[in-house]
Write a protein that binds this ligand. Sequence first.
Ligand SMILES: Cc1ncc(COP(=O)(O)O)c(C=O)c1O
Length: 366
Amino acid sequence: MEILFNDFKRQYSLIKEEMDSAIHEVLNSWWFILWKQVSSFEEEFAQKNWSKYCIWIWNWLDALKISLMALWVWEWDEVITTSHSAVATTLAILDVWAIPVFVDTDEYYCLDSVLIEEKITDKTKAVMPVHIYGHSCDIVEIKRICDKHGLYLVEDCAQSHFTEFNWIKLGNYWDTWCFSFYPTKNLWAYGDAWAIVTNDEEIYKKCKMIRNYGQETRYEHKLFWVNSRLDEMQAAILRVQLKHIDENTEKRRHVAKKYIDGLQWIPEIQLPWLREWSTHTFHLFVIQCERRDELMTYLKEKWIPTLIHYPISIHKQPFFDWKYSDLKLSNLDNQVQRILSLPVHPFITDEEIDYIVLNIKEFYGK
Ligand SMILES: Cc1ncc(COP(=O)(O)O)c(C=O)c1O
């Protein structure tokens, strides 16, 4: 049995007719950039997030960067963030010439809200938490701290589509929140696509201008900025995917439950901690385990793929060597040595999960 970490072929075969028809509709419309599909999707996605505005962005890094630009976060401003993420989160901060200030992780692998206040200086302008793996940070506490110190809150929700904290959808805690639709995400395009969501009309208007060469009306450029427009094809594809997101999230939860039931009695394994009053959408199913690298090799020999998200924390990336060599994030350092992501996509079968669980048990002699 060969198991895939993501199985696009299985998904496409289930929705082929619907998807092909959406793609043909775009081909027959002869409009390819920022037209009806994009605006319909912006509306539908905002609605599903219980929020007012959505702006589609083509480029993977631009959504976070445009958010910071719209909030006037700029040169030498400090942004408090996490080192446990895809590098894009920090690159967006660097791209507006601001300075990332890293805070250690909590047991949920998120930026630890308890440690934020000690990092605030007169230069701090924003906090950028990452809701990692499909779970959420303690966003109510982070929002309280932002309000107390007059800071902006820009949330990286790339991995947490429609996750709830205190039964409220992530992002509804203010200024902007950004989603990725990279093909491995819970809601995915067949190419690159991102979105910024906000409830603030001013921020919405500014982000919309920035993504399209700073123009509000055609050929009148009020701002001097980027081109990051989404095409109609990806929007049409995402509109189809959006219809299936709830059912796919339920399947991810089903897979996670099977792993939890199957692996809960193995003392060498730490299962994901789940916050009360919150939901988990299991973008990734991450365990901590002993002899992690040996287990990875053992599973690979059985055709079971696993990954590490992320093996090198951002502050330890070679391009940062000069700046953060003295920084100690002890919780994160410890987690990075032990974390392992198991396949959790919605199209994996029960039989395949049982096979994975069986092999992990065998490895630990259970
Ligand atoms: C938390 C987080 N932020 C940002 C990104 C970058 O997004 P993309 O994959 O669309 O480039 C990712 C992607 O892996 C991510 O997981």
